[in-house]
Write a protein that binds this ligand. Structure first.
Ligand code: C2O
Ligand code: CU
Length: 465
């Protein structure tokens, strides 16, 4: 679809659906359900393998992944968060079009939650879809130690599925004793190259889990990539996999033999189990499959669902963009890159001193970022076109907080597919446009979700006034 050929009506539909978000939670409507959760972060031992217990994971509620947070569209999620770690932390609700002060970004939207403190997060969820939550202080360490979990918002469409399973993948880096490899935290090589790549892939915390699902049914699988840096790629024993949702937004269903999932991204599949007895899924990014999971199709449906096709929701259309505000983001840096000099905290330095003195390797528009680094200020109601240019030798998984954006995606086999995402996997050299309506006031982080890249400069915020 040509993004220039959209009607005024599409735009109005788009804004009506999104503008309602800004008035909560001060005006909680009486019919809104509050979903109460309690999350406690603490050091927790974990058995990755029968051969050895790791005792240096940091988990929510002693589980990996953290407990699933579930709500229905238009509910309020309320989380009482207790920090029992010995370091400060926050929680970010990845993909939720949040109220800015609930977004969980330290220094920018809240003070870090100190050890022993309790903090209340409370926000409405307006869009059904697959999301996740994770720590947002020193993410390269806190996420790699296990501080994350799935967040799923449902609507009536989801009542039609016989089975609904989260597939949260993580690529841990363990040492020989099955401990999180802490010695390699902060490795200059990882930070300037592809990020921290692990050696132990889990699905929902396990090596090769098996799930039982219904015969002659419909299953929804919700893939989430919680890895620090590894781009996962999933294939299966099916003839093709039907993608129905991307980053929590419904899409016109399409079939792929395999699909990539950059750090932070989500993809939902619809699987019809008619006539099958098992389905295997593999992680196929490398020469040999890492691992994945199995579906055993052996349950008899209890739900008594009439076996017709699932009715999927209608798809959001791109807004008309008269007088858009264009923001250019030139991404540079990393090993074998072309970043000769950049500014960090107001001082211009060459690449070598940035690396050696500040451990910074990446920049937007020749400025090395951090949480409090402003990229731009825009007025509420403006259509924004982020013109992003990955002028480096590495792929980057670019995430915008608090907004989904339209992008002509080169991520699927149809190489020019208009999708609505919150995290877009960009290839080296790629130029793309992220288009969105800036209707949500506040300071919204924009960063690479390869967490070592964000920590070493590929980060900043866009303020909507
Ligand atoms: Cu999952 Cu700042 O993001
Ligand atoms: Cu990156």
């Amino acid at each position: 679809m040509d993004i220039n050929m959209l009607s005024r009506r599409d735009f109005l539909n788009f804004s009506a659906a999104t503008i309602a978000l800004t008035c909560l939670p001060n005006q909680i409507q009486s019919n809104q359900l509050i979903r109460n959760y309690k999350l406690t972060a603490a050091i927790t031992p974990h058995l990755f393998d029968t051969k050895g217990v790791s005792d240096n994971l940091w988990l929510y509620n002693k589980e990996t992944p953290g407990p699933i947070i579930e709500a229905k569209e238009n509910d309020i999620i309320r989380v009482e968060f207790v920090n029992n770690l010995h370091e400060a932390t926050t929680i970010h609700w990845h993909g939720i079009k949040n109220i800015n002060k609930m977004d969980g970004v330290p220094y920018l939207t809240q003070d870090p939650v100190q050890p022993g403190e309790t903090y209340i997060y409370e926000f409405p969820v307006k869009n059904a879809g697959t999301f996740w939550y994770h720590a947002h202080v020193e993410t390269w360490k806190q996420i790699s130690k296990g501080l994350y979990g799935p967040l799923v918002v449902k609507n009536e469409v989801d009542d039609q599925f016989d089975n609904d399973i989260v597939i949260l993948a993580d690529d841990w880096r363990l040492n020989k004793k099955y401990q999180i490899d802490e010695k390699s935290f902060g490795s200059l090589h990882d930070w300037s190259h592809a990020g921290r790549i692990g050696n132990w892939l889990t699905i929902n915390g396990k090596k090769f889990p098996k799930y039982s699902i219904n015969k002659n049914g419909h299953t929804r699988l919700r893939f989430i990539n919680a890895s620090n840096a590894r781009i996962l790629s999933f294939g299966s024993s099916l003839d093709g996999m039907k993608i129905i949702s991307i980053d929590g937004m419904s899409v016109e269903p399409f079939i792929e033999d395999k699909f990539n999932l950059g750090p932070g991204q989500r993809v939902d599949l619809l699987i019809k189990t008619d006539g099958l007895s098992t389905i295997d899924f593999f992680e196929v990014s490398g020469k040999k499959p890492l691992s994945a999971f199995k579906l055993n199709i052996n349950q008899i449906s209890k739900k008594n669902i009439i076996k017709k096709d699932i009715n999927l929701p209608s798809i959001k259309k791109i807004p008309d963009f008269k007088n858009p505000k264009i923001l250019k983001i030139h991404m540079q840096g990393g090993a074998m890159g072309n970043l000769a000099k950049a500014y960090f905290e107001g001082v211009e330095k060459n690449f070598r001193s940035l690396a050696m003195e500040d451990k910074k390797f990446w920049a937007f528009n020749k400025e090395v970022g951090k949480y409090e680094h402003s990229l731009a200020s825009v007025k509420k109601g403006q259509i924004i076109i982020l013109e992003v240019w990955n002028d480096s030798r590495w792929p980057h998984s670019m995430h915008l907080h608090g907004n989904h954006f339209y992008v002509q995606s080169k991520e699927f086999s149809n190489n020019d597919k208009l999708v609505l995402r919150d995290t877009y996997l960009m290839q080296p050299g790629e130029k793309s446009k992220f288009i969105y309506l800036a209707d949500n006031p506040g300071k919204w982080l924009f960063h690479c979700h390869m967490l070592e890249h964000a920590a070493s400069g590929m980060i900043g915020y866009i303020e909507v006034l």
